[in-house]
Design a binder for this molecule. Structure first.
Ligand code: C2E
Ligand code: CA
Ligand code: CA
Length: 405
């Protein structure tokens, strides 16, 4: 089972055993936690909590401690209306641990696990997995400004991960592919959308390491799809700044090959404006990617007024009509004209036609009638974390998806 990317948590560890504190702290540190608080008893723990502005994502709590013991501590937590996840960790007999767990639940505390000492990393990992879903769904709506340093740290510590938005076949509605969309997972579990950090990454020279991280994780996830026998294409966004590197095609091909996957499973989406503005995008890099059998898509089509002769020089396989024209095209003559022109052009160039930003059944019907082949949009689903995507695919019955074998 491949290591999963988990949101790093702030944790509070309450235990009177100094050795346990060290071991547990290093465990969470290795999992990317930045803020780890320790307390030798319940009294100290409460003081720590009172000082924190953001409560920890997990409290790990011993039962047998001096001053205020674990049972009292749990009761006092409830009195403070604390409802974050708590795990008990104790060397008491199993029956006592279970009793403590029941008691805590009658206080309506959010007890996620009751573990016996010694501390076992595998058990802690299970606790983290359990926490993963609620953590990843708490979306922070705040549009924040980030510094280059913060972004650099987030990239290197694995906090920028791909989420996946389904692409469906316009005729059948089956899920045929997904697009990987970068998400920044904050220590509190908040999710930052790419508009808040991709251009910073591009301007500060961090887009290459960011893209590398995304590609590696996407390939891991592609292997998991394969194991589940989902025959899904995967699209990734590649900034033009990445394409000035002549080594890029061989690097990505190596990773795909190493994972025993087929390059034709992957489509690299490159924005039209990038292609237009940056004449330096070497045709050589794109041609090599194509020779290696990666799909190449012109993303955000319609936004950059490309010179068509120029576009035709590139070996694209797909044209993706920008959502600006697609969402509610029906109510807007100009948008509709743009969609129809894009479709004609794509046909002429022999490209697969994809529309993004499909939000209504009426959009779907219209696009299908005009011959768009694949659709992506909130009508089907927003981007989802990997596990949720799997749930979504299963929820849409077996026939809705392409499967191998
Ligand atoms: P994009 O490539 O055009 O991706 C599609 C965006 O449209 C996604 O936003 C998606 O959530 C949104 N979208 C999809 N369907 C609908 C719909 O029906 N209605 C509306 N209103 N929006 C819809 P997201 O995830 O915020 O991504 C924004 C942009 O960030 C992407 O636009 C892409 O240009 C860039 N981006 C995302 N991930 C990466 C990455 O790993 N590398 C690079 N270089 N750029 C990325
Ligand atoms: Ca895209
Ligand atoms: Ca777009």
């Amino acid at each position: 089972m491949p290591a999963q990317v988990l949101a790093p948590l702030d944790v509070l560890i309450v235990d009177d055993d100094p050795l346990l504190l060290v071991v547990a702290e290093s465990y969470f540190r290795a999992k990317g936690s930045k803020n780890i608080y320790t307390a030798a008893d319940g009294l100290v723990a409460l003081k720590v909590l009172d000082k924190l502005e953001v409560p920890p994502g997990l409290i790990l709590c011993d039962l047998n401690m001096p001053n205020i013991d674990g049972l009292q501590f749990l009761r006092l937590l409830k009195q403070r209306n604390y409802n974050g996840p708590v795990s008990i960790l104790s060397s008491e007999h199993q029956s006592i641990i279970s009793m403590a767990e029941k008691l805590a639940k009658t206080h309506d505390l959010n007890i996620v696990a009751a573990l016996s000492k010694p501390l076992k990393p595998a058990e802690l990992y299970d606790v983290l997995l359990k926490l993963k879903k609620p953590v990843l769904t708490s979306v922070s709506t705040a549009r924040q400004q980030f510094s280059k340093k913060e972004l650099q740290y987030a990239i290197s510590s694995g906090n920028i991960i791909p989420w996946y938005q389904p692409k469906v076949d316009a005729q059948s509605g089956r899920i045929v592919a997904v697009e990987a969309l970068a998400r920044w997972v904050l220590p509190d579990g908040g999710i930052v959308e790419p508009d808040a950090f991709i251009s910073l990454a591009e301007q500060s020279g961090l887009i290459k390491p960011l893209t590398q991280k995304i590609i590696r994780q996407v390939i891991k996830d592609a292997k998991r799809f394969k194991r589940l026998r989902f025959n899904l294409g995967i699209a990734m966004n590649i900034s033009v700044n990445v394409l000035d590197d002549v080594e890029f095609p061989d690097q990505i091909a190596f990773l795909v090959d190493e994972a025993d996957l087929d390059p034709s499973l992957f489509t690299l989406e490159i924005t039209e404006s990038g292609i237009v503005e940056k004449n330096a995008v070497s045709i050589e890099v794109l041609a090599r990617l194509r020779m290696l059998r990666f799909g190449l898509s012109i993303d955000d089509f319609g936004t950059a007024y490309s010179n068509l002769d120029h576009l035709m020089e590139f070996p694209f396989t797909e044209l993706k009509i920008d959502r600006m024209f697609v969402s509610n095209a029906l109510g807007d003559e100009k948008a509709m004209a743009s969609v129809e022109a894009s479709i004609l052009l794509a046909r002429k160039l022999g490209l697969t036609i994809v529309a993004e930003g499909v939000e209504t059944q009426a959009d779907w019907k219209y696009l299908k009638e005009y011959g768009v082949e694949e659709l992506q949009g909130f009508l089907f689903s927003k981007a989802l974390p990997f596990e949720k995507l799997i749930d979504y695919i299963y929820s849409r019955s077996g026939e809705q998806i392409n499967r191998t074998g």
